[in-house]
Design a protein around this ligand. Structure first.
Ligand SMILES: Cc1cc2nc3c(=O)[nH]c(=O)nc-3n(C[C@H](O)[C@H](O)[C@H](O)COP(=O)(O)OP(=O)(O)OC[C@H]3O[C@@H](n4cnc5c(N)ncnc54)[C@H](O)[C@@H]3O)c2cc1C
Length: 455
């Protein structure tokens, strides 16, 4: 079976490359191979009643399938070069911004128009942050919300299926060079294409490493981010979240001059468990639907860890720390900030007596037994710094959930066209190590599609 272009992976990277390719060149024969299911069939069996923990489905409904890892996410499309990836280092800052705005336009036209666009431009919080040794990063963010994100993805699928052949539940096992093109091996047979876009995200990281090894494509190890998710009454941060929704704030610790940053802010949202390769970490969600909003806001505080010789496995290090928390807590752990400061574990009673109602049922415990001292010291320092711009952040009853971790793929060696050393073989999105956000992954898809279409 011969195609002009095969796209591997139907996450944001794959979806937007298919969208742009078929818009610019509707006559091209394009196929998408996706390890997971169509969007409407993606359902995680964990319901908290009958199924409480991961049962390791053949295809993980949270990470795999149409929409990729972002399908049930909060749908925050951050339009910025300041975080979310290093796409601008390959294609230039202006082009990266233009492409992210273009992705936003597609989202708006396909059901995301009702979702608000927030911006840090001209905000008084920049000065307030500076006065308190904090840096507010520049960004605009379209917050689709989990519900609208689903609608946009459904609408995009309706458009794409007219011109693109989708092969769901069909992981690609191997890529081979073949007569100036590529041959792909799946359980359903072999397929050939002239050009190939690989967009396999985080869930495809191990496979991507194998492909790079087989095809002698260079790689470089990346970092891991570790920390906690903070949950507090929404009113404490409302003066910031009402205006900016998502604020990325960076703090340089006094003790070690490390960098700690806020990540993924969910005003009036919920803290959730996330299952990555069988280990339970924490994350956050929020909804546009008023009836689903809570009284709490949550956000992560993270610190990046890079490793040098002889250790390369930054993700392995992160996994080990999470395993430790899972061992002690049987899953995610929660601790009152006041208990952490007093050097004692939290108990069910202490959490119940607190003023913050947890939105996730996690095991009360002691995060100092899990997180390395330097990371925990940095987090505590930042909580006190945030307390100056949002008084109440450092209250005793503020909840800290652990462990929040952000794994990164190793970086694939690519040229300025996001092309490997093999002409016509492109690697985009989070699987390339170049991006780690919805906007950057989507923009990388548009960029490569335009290159293939000769635009
Ligand atoms: C819970 C959660 C919340 C998030 N919230 C946000 C947010 O609000 N804002 C933000 O910017 N980012 C968010 N992210 C990150 C964001 O989802 C990712 O950055 C983005 O999805 C990356 O897109 P991608 O296309 O590169 O990869 P993915 O979305 O991971 O898609 C890759 C696809 O490839 C498929 N695949 C893998 N291997 C193969 C194979 N061998 N053959 C065929 N198919 C394969 C997978 O099944 C998957 O569907 C969140 C992530 C999670 C998990």
């Amino acid at each position: 079976m011969m195609y002009d272009v095969i796209i591997i992976g139907a996450g944001p990277g794959g979806i937007y490359s298919a969208y742009e390719l078929t818009r610019l060149k509707p006559d091209l024969r394009v196929a998408v191979f996706e390890a997971g299911k169509p969007l409407e069939e993606r359902r995680c069996p964990i319901d908290g009643v009958h199924v409480k923990t991961c049962i390791h489905c053949a295809s993980c409904a949270i990470m795999n399938g149409f929409g990729g890892a972002g399908a049930f996410s909060d749908g925050k499309y951050n339009i910025t070069n300041d975080f979310g990836g290093s796409l601008h280092e390959y294609i230039g800052r202006n082009q990266a911004m233009d492409l992210m705005r273009y992705v936003d336009q597609i989202n708006v036209e396909n059901g995301g128009g009702a979702s608000p666009l927030f911006s840090t431009a001209g905000t008084k919080f920049k000065k307030l942050c500076m006065q308190n040794k904090l840096t507010l990063l520049d960004a605009s963010v379209r917050h689709l919300g989990t519900d609208n994100n689903y609608i946009v993805l459904s609408n995009l699928y309706k458009i794409l299926k007219e011109n693109v052949e989708f092969h769901f539940m069909t992981p690609v096992h191997k890529i081979e060079l073949a007569d100036g093109g590529y041959r792909l091996y799946t359980d359903n047979g072999e397929y050939e294409c002239r050009q190939c876009i690989v967009s396999v995200g985080r869930s495809g990281s191990k496979w991507m490493e194998q492909v790079c090894h087989d095809l002698k494509i260079g790689t470089r190890s990346n970092r891991v981010d570790l920390g906690v998710r903070v949950e507090l009454p929404a009113v404490i941060f409302s003066h910031i979240t009402d205006e900016l929704y998502e604020s990325k704030i960076v703090y340089h610790t006094e003790k070690y001059e490390d960098q700690v940053r806020t990540f993924c802010m969910n005003p009036r949202g919920i803290v959730v468990n996330e299952n990555t390769n069988g280990i339970v970490t924490v994350n956050g969600h929020s909804f546009e639907d008023e009836s689903k909003k809570t009284e709490n806001t949550n956000f992560a505080l993270l610190m990046s860890k890079h490793f040098s010789e002889p250790f390369h496995d930054s993700n392995g290090y992160g996994e080990s720390i999470v395993r430790l928390s899972n061992m002690l807590g049987g899953g995610a752990m929660v601790q009152r900030f006041g208990d952490l400061e007093r050097g004692r574990r939290s108990t069910v009673k202490r959490i119940e007596e607190g003023t913050v109602r947890p939105t996730l049922a996690a095991t009360p415990g002691d995060l100092s037994l899990v997180l390395p001292k330097r990371i925990l010291d940095g987090i505590i320092e930042m909580i006190y710094a945030l307390d100056k711009i949002a008084p109440g952040t450092a209250n005793d009853d503020t909840l800290l959930y652990g462990v929040e971790v952000k794994f990164y793929n190793m970086e694939v060696k690519l040229n300025e066209h996001l092309e490997t050393c093999h002409p016509g073989l492109y690697v985009i999105g989070d699987g390339s190590g170049v991006t780690h956000s919805l906007s950057h992954a989507s923009a990388s898809g548009i960029y490569v599609a335009r290159r293939i279409a000769g635009q």
